[in-house]
Design a protein around this ligand. Structure first.
Ligand code: ADP
Ligand code: ZN
Length: 226
């Protein structure tokens, strides 16, 4: 079962990908997380990627394809995987297709989480991410006094520190949405043409969305549930 989770920044695709991972026991591969890991570790790739990410632009197809190809070659990916944040351009989708064809494999399904642009801006600007455990929090989850959510604070899950991602500031958010419309829309067409996309209404509460996602996957991949 090889899944890709599709949707705009702030659609909740990362959160849903983790739920799928928990239900089906497959590795969750987020290219954004891998890149942020490189930035945190201060690697050469990280140094290069940092500026691009903070401006809301995309890291080059070549780099990202290499990253994904290395990751999918690891042992834990043999039974399947969940890709999150990739493919994000048509060349990435074509590259993935070619890479999989070489080993006689293919994408099983793309799960598209649909949300409207104004909802996305609001969600992203109040979103916080834990530096330590990686959990993503909606502003409402943090139960802070007053309307302003602090840029940093204590993670309710692990006691570590949550922070506001550099690319979750309002100016960068608009840029990312534009990049999504221009560069990632064609990826939807690519998988729609292959008849591999199911759409989920992502404007509902997170757990309602999760129920919808898992029920669709259960119907199709019943035998894979752990
Ligand atoms: P979101 O989906 O909320 O935008 P991600 O964590 O998926 O967040 O991505 C954050 C940033 O990392 C992107 O804006 C981009 O700069 C970079 N990135 C992640 N995945 C890719 C990719 N597949 N191709 C190019 N750049 C990527
Ligand atoms: Zn944490």
């Amino acid at each position: 079962m090889n899944l890709i989770v599709l949707g705009a920044p702030g659609s909740g695709k990362g959160t849903q990908a983790v739920k799928i991972k928990e239900k089906f026991g497959l590795p969750h591969i987020s290219t954004g997380d891998i890149l942020r890991g490189e930035v945190a570790a201060g690697t050469e790739l990280g140094l290069e990627a940092k500026k691009i990410m903070e401006s809301g632009q995309l890291v080059s197809d070549e780099i990202v394809l290499k990253m994904v190809s290395n990751r999918l070659a690891q042992d834990d990916c043999k039974k399947g995987w969940i890709l999150d944040g990739f493919p994000r351009t048509r060349p990435q989708a074509e590259g993935l297709q070619a890479m999989l064809a070489e080993v006689g494999s293919e994408v099983s399904l793309g799960v598209l989480i649909q949300v409207k642009a104004d909802q996305v801006v609001e969600r992203l600007s109040s979103r916080r991410t834990c530096r330590d455990c990686g959990k993503i929090f909606a502003g409402a989850d943090l139960q802070v006094a007053g309307d302003e959510i602090p840029a940093e604070g204590e993670c309710p899950k692990c006691g570590g520190v949550y922070y506001q991602r550099g690319d979750d500031r309002e100016t960068t958010i608009r840029e990312r949405l534009e990049v999504y419309e221009n560069q990632t829309r064609p990826v939807l067409d690519f998988y729609n043409d292959l008849d591999k996309v199911v759409e989920i209404d992502g404007s509902q509460q997170m757990d309602v969305v999760t129920d919808a996602v898992l029920s669709i996957l259960k119907d199709r991949f019943e035998d894979r549930i752990q």
